[in-house]
Write a protein that binds this ligand. Structure first.
Ligand code: DAH
Length: 344
């Protein structure tokens, strides 16, 4: 064997060992530089060609080129081996197939929205239209047209946010009764859900922004029995088939007679006792209702002798608390994912 061949063979022995021992890509790169780099061992050998007799130089060049090809192929192979090895090691480290899978995060319809949609669906099935109205209303729509003149004490109860002397954030959805009757001759049958605002201090039962749904039916021959029937049906739809509905005499300037509406407590099913939800009464209060006051009908140029109507206004957070057995109304605005997930 020529001397060059001896040198190359000895060099390959060391190269093979170095490549086999390289634990990572950096070490492998160092091996490449040491043997094949600009001042690496092979380059030095190549420089030695100049000293050979001219006749031997081409053969020597070929031998070195062939050796370089083999070394480079070995490096590439080693690189691949290290990369796969790392990947397998990572896999072995990270994947525990017995670990519970990560469930995909899914959005859901907000509980208040669901109550609203279900009420609307119920009334639409019975021929009512769903209409939405402005959240800023003149006092005429909020009070005057609803039979609450400027000096009437009932105005105080609404704890309104006034924006100007005559413009306010609506404290109830009842203004939509007025807008509906202004725009349509009887018969009218609408439900109008939406946001309302009151100067209430926030606690477990109060928010300063909340939702109501108003209902209005005016036609010939409408009486209190129709109101009871529709609201009882609504409660059964929302809370289940066993719900009873109770009408307690009450007062609202825009209805006569007026009532507050209670439903069987869905937690104790009316048993009362020590029930935390209803305070032991067996009943939960949902909102107000009544027969539309003749003054309101007349203000709308409706013939109060020829038509009559009922109206109701329920708080949606109130309905949702009962429906989902929620202990604090603030949960509906805090929107904790865990809370919403439970109700989804
Ligand atoms: N607007 C009343 C409130 O927010 C609730 C109400 C009572 C609405 C009687 C009505 C009704 O339509 O007839 O307190």
């Amino acid at each position: 064997m020529s001397e060059l061949a001896n040198q190359l063979s000895e060099l390959r022995g060391r190269f093979d060992a170095a490549v086999a021992d390289a634990p990572d890509a950096d070490t492998l790169e160092a091996v490449r530089v040491a043997f094949l780099g600009r001042s690496g061992e092979v380059t030095l050998l190549r420089r030695g060609i100049g000293q050979l007799p001219a006749a031997q130089r081409p053969a020597a060049g070929k031998t070195i080129n062939a050796a370089v090809e083999v070394l480079e192929a070995q490096l590439l192979e080693a690189e691949r081996r290290l990369a796969t090895g790392n990947f397998d090691a990572e896999l072995a480290k990270r994947i525990d197939v017995t670990f519970p899978a990560i469930a995909p995060l899914r959005g859901s319809i907000h509980p208040i929205r669901r109550v609203m949609d279900d009420i609307c669906a119920y009334f639409e099935r019975h021929g009512f239209a769903v209409v939405l109205g402005p959240e800023i209303e003149p006092d005429y729509y909020n009070f005057d047209a609803l039979n609450i003149p400027p000096d009437h004490p009932a105005r105080d109860g609404f704890d309104s946010f006034f924006l100007t002397d005559h413009l306010l954030l609506r404290p109830h959805t009842s203004p939509m009764q007025i807008r509906t009757m202004q725009q349509h001759k009887p018969p009218v049958a609408v439900v109008t859900p939406g946001k309302c605002y009151r100067r209430d201090a926030v606690d477990a039962r109060h928010l300063y922004q909340f939702h109501q749904c108003e209902g209005l039916l005016v036609a010939q021959g409408i009486h209190f029995g129709h109101l009871k029937g529709m609201l009882t049906g609504m409660c059964r739809e929302l809370f289940g088939p066993d719900q009873q509905v109770r009408f307690r005499p009450s007062y609202f300037p825009f209805t006569e007679p007026s009532a507050e509406v209670d439903t069987t407590c869905p937690v104790c099913h009316g048993l009362g006792g020590t029930c935390r939800m209803c305070g032991g009464s067996g009943w939960i209060e949902l909102g107000g209702a009544g027969m539309v006051h003749p003054n309101v009908l007349s203000e709308m140029k409706y013939d109060a002798g020829a038509v009559s109507g009922w109206a109701f206004g329920f708080g949606l957070e109130r309905l949702a608390i009962v429906r989902y057995d929620v202990d604090d109304i603030r949960r509906f605005v805090e929107n904790e994912p865990d809370f919403l997930q439970q109700l989804a």
